[in-house]
Design a protein around this ligand. Structure first.
Ligand SMILES: Cc1ncc(COP(=O)(O)O)c(C=O)c1O
Length: 480
């Protein structure tokens, strides 16, 4: 009897898997409710629940409380992933500014298909709603709107940010928060307050090139730490690095890292925060992608495990509402007085109208609905682009399987030089981000990052073109 029941729920699970594999239910779709499936298949509710539990364990579907079961993004048809990175264990001066600026220059050219910059999909941003809110704000707060909103920034916005922090596991008050002109300014303020010229900053390897540019311009050194494309920075490697170097700060992206897409499990974040606190090394945490989790629940921030203000949390609304509004924030922890002073001296205040507009937008409670839409679309687009890379790129190509965000990190066969690839792609009207700009050690010469925020026929065609270019370079190398 027991055996028979087993086979029944397994069979139901197989049937649903089949429908997902054949596209009847796609990523983000809701599968039939437990009650409906039990009626349709004439089986008990318990059997359906067991089948759905099995599919959850296999990572095929997920349960959203009070809503139902949904198909999760699946990278099952994707080629293998890059391995954990192996950077040199020595701190290095950074020298990527020139190359990074050259690459960035092309991201403003509307004639090109932009796969190089990690820009959000404008169709997913609440363009009309936020602009309408802004114009209503300018009418309603005529004088306040043109006045300084002195540091730490709009109280109503800080209240909204503090409320949302609860979802990321953080209990904050508005006084814990300072508004900044985007996440990058927050990072810069933290680095400038904590470090002085010549100091070493530990970073993930690879990492977001603007971090490297900031480190370079401040005369700091970068120490790259091995980082796993799924679980983030290696704590053992970091401990070793700390014991053999004087590290002034760590600058990490624990949630949906750019470019790796990795997400540190919460337990690992806890361990990281505890270890850094014991060594008295501040953690500058960039959580700009934290809200863009492909599963319905966003991960916690490392700041959630902070007991003594050693974690400085930086983020913004650039990926989810409006990058051009330049509204971000910093939770400066034990560096509050210095960061507040530096912000005030360097820019007096963040622009008022956009702060007020975003505060109003958040107060109107449409943000969670918007996030659901963004998450679903990015999950789908990222899988579709990874599938295209698996199909069109040469054998031996590896691609990440991010659990959030909207970028893919791609390891090409060793014979392909990413800079040559970048130039050839540019001639074909497509931008990509070459791997070297993500490293202080001139590593990743055969890696590229692609932005997967948008998926349409034009991007599909561009992916095929990139695959042909990559194959062409490989064949040329083999013949010469
Ligand atoms: C990891 C990371 N941090 C910071 C930024 C910059 O954010 P903002 O535009 O809010 O300054 C970006 C933008 O792509 C990013 O990817």
């Amino acid at each position: 009897m027991e055996n028979k029941r087993h086979t029944l729920y397994e069979k139901v699970a197989e049937d649903i898997s089949h429908l997902v594999n054949k596209g009847t239910f796609r990523v983000g779709d809701r599968v039939p409710s437990v009650r409906k499936l039990s009626q349709q298949m004439n089986i008990s509710i318990t059997t359906v629940l067991e089948a759905y539990r099995l599919l959850e364990d296999r990572g095929l579907i997920e349960c959203k409380p009070q809503s139902g079961y949904y198909v999760r993004p699946s990278f099952s048809n994707i080629t293998s992933e890059p391995e954990i990175s192996k950077p040199s264990a020595k701190p290095t001066k950074v020298n990527i500014n020139e190359l990074a600026m050259l690459v960035l220059k092309n991201t403003r050219n509307p004639e090109l298909i932009q796969l190089g910059a990690a820009i959000p999909n404008p169709e997913l941003l609440p363009v009309d709603r936020i602009n309408r809110t802004l114009s209503a704000i300018t009418r309603r707060y005529r004088i306040q709107n043109i006045s300084y909103e002195f540091t730490p920034g709009s109280k109503s916005l800080r209240i909204q940010i503090a409320r949302r922090a609860l979802i990321a596991g953080c209990s904050l008050t508005p006084d814990d928060i300072i508004i900044t002109a985007g996440c990058q300014e927050a990072i810069m303020l933290a680095l400038r307050v904590i470090c002085k010229s010549g100091d070493t900053v530990a970073i993930e390897s690879p990492t977001y090139y603007n971090f490297l540019q900031a480190i370079e311009i401040l005369g700091l050194r970068a120490l790259e730490i091995p980082t796993h494309p799924q679980h983030g920075v290696s704590i053992d490697a970091l401990r070793y690095a700390i014991e053999h170097n004087t590290i002034r700060a760590c600058l990490f992206i624990p949630n949906f890292h750019n470019p790796l897409g990795s997400c540190m499990p919460d337990e690992k974040k806890k361990e990281l925060v505890k270890m850094l606190s014991e060594y008295d090394i501040p953690l500058i945490e960039d959580d700009i992608y934290g809200d863009i989790s492909f599963s319905y629940q966003r991960p916690k921030v490392a700041k959630a495990f902070d007991k003594n203000g050693n974690v400085i949390l930086c983020s913004s609304f650039s990926k989810t509402i409006a990058p051009g509004y330049r509204v971000g924030w910093i939770v400066p922890g034990r560096f509050k007085a210095e960061i507040e002073r530096l912000k005030s001296i360097s820019s007096i205040a963040t622009a008022t109208p956009t702060q007020l507009a975003i505060a109003e937008f958040l107060a109107n409670e449409g943000y969670d609905h918007l996030l659901r839409k963004i998450r679903k679309m990015y999950a789908k687009n990222t899988v579709l682009m990874a599938e295209a890379v698996s199909r069109f790129f040469p054998e031996g190509t590896k691609v990440t399987r991010p659990a959030g965000g909207h970028v893919l990190w791609i390891e090409l066969p060793n014979a392909i030089d990413a800079l040559k690839f970048y130039e050839t792609a540019l001639n074909a009207g497509i931008t990509i981000a070459p791997g070297m700009i993500f490293s202080s050690q001139q590593k990743y010469h055969n890696f590229i990052r692609l932005n997967a925020a948008i998926w349409n026929d034009k991007i599909k065609e561009a992916s095929a073109t990139l695959g042909r270019i990559a194959k062409g370079i490989t064949q040329f190398k083999e013949q010469s």
